[in-house]
Design a protein around this ligand. Structure first.
Ligand SMILES: C[S@@+](CC[C@H](N)C(=O)[O-])C[C@H]1O[C@@H](n2cnc3c(N)ncnc32)[C@H](O)[C@@H]1O
Length: 234
């Protein structure tokens, strides 16, 4: 799903997420904790944004890195940061991964993207096709319990398009995303040949105490994101 947050505000988004609370002190350390050694591996970064994770993949020694994002602006930022060190292209992930070879990737990461995609089955089917046997994917998304606070339908089990306004880039920007149940997420994974091997609700970093004790206390007691690791069944 295209959003002004990731096109018009892409540069500001890039600088905001370098050291903010939600991405830098909660989401990234929690997802990174679920990755094994990446040295020498072929890794796909789905919904790569401005390449904050791509930088981590390079630092951790991934051999080949492919970055995909629907936002051409985000892909331009990735290209300007990493040049030929990574392959990158713009594509909507809701159509799957038609440009990727079967059984070609060791690891796929997809941080904070699936809530922008309506039908998850197409994506997870493609993930299963593109992963090597025994390869795995780690993804994060909004915690279903946290998103249910924005529900207008009041029906947790019904997928719902939510419009919200976020201050991530220092000014209010409207963002539209899908709220869905944990059952729907797990079904999309497990009905497409992937086995869930780890689930986490994240852990806020201690350094948030120095930024805002109030936020630290809140995030220590309330789930905000959910993290799932799933492996291709052989
Ligand atoms: C919250 S950002 C996360 C970026 C990056 N994964 C990170 O964690 O820093 C979400 C990204 O998903 C991309 N995105 C949203 N819908 C998409 C879709 N249907 N296909 C591909 N990328 C999409 C956006 O353009 C944006 O760059």
């Amino acid at each position: 799903m295209k959003s002004l947050m990731y096109s018009e505000h892409a540069e500001k988004y890039d600088s905001a997420v370098q050291d903010n609370i939600y991405n830098a002190c909660l989401e990234r350390p929690s997802l990174q904790a679920m990755l094994n050694d990446l040295a020498g591996l072929n890794v796909l970064d789905l919904g790569c944004g401005s390449g904050v994770y791509t930088q981590l993949l390079i630092e951790q020694g991934a051999a080949e890195i492919t970055c995909i994002d629907v936002s051409e602006k985000m892909i331009q930022i990735v290209d300007s940061k990493f040049g030929s060190r990574v392959s990158s292209y713009s594509q909507d992930l809701s159509i799957g991964l038609p440009q990727e070879e079967p059984n070609s990737k060791d690891v796929i990461i997809c941080p904070l993207v699936i809530h922008y995609i309506e039908d998850l089955c197409v994506l997870f089917q493609a993930v299963n096709r593109v992963l090597k046997a025994g390869g795995y994917m780690v993804f994060s998304t909004h915690h279903p319990l946290a998103d249910f606070e924005c529900s207008r339908s009041g029906n947790y089990f019904e997928r719902e398009l939510i419009t919200d306004v976020w201050d991530t880039v220092g000014e209010p920007v409207e963002v539209v995303f899908y709220r869905r149940s944990l059952t729907e997420i797990m079904d999309a994974v497990t009905k497409n040949g992937l086995a869930v091997t780890q689930l986490s609700e994240g852990k806020v970093a201690d350094k948030v105490k120095e930024i805002s004790m109030e936020r630290y206390n809140y995030l220590s007691k309330n789930p905000n994101f959910i993290f799932i690791k799933c492996q291709k069944l052989c």
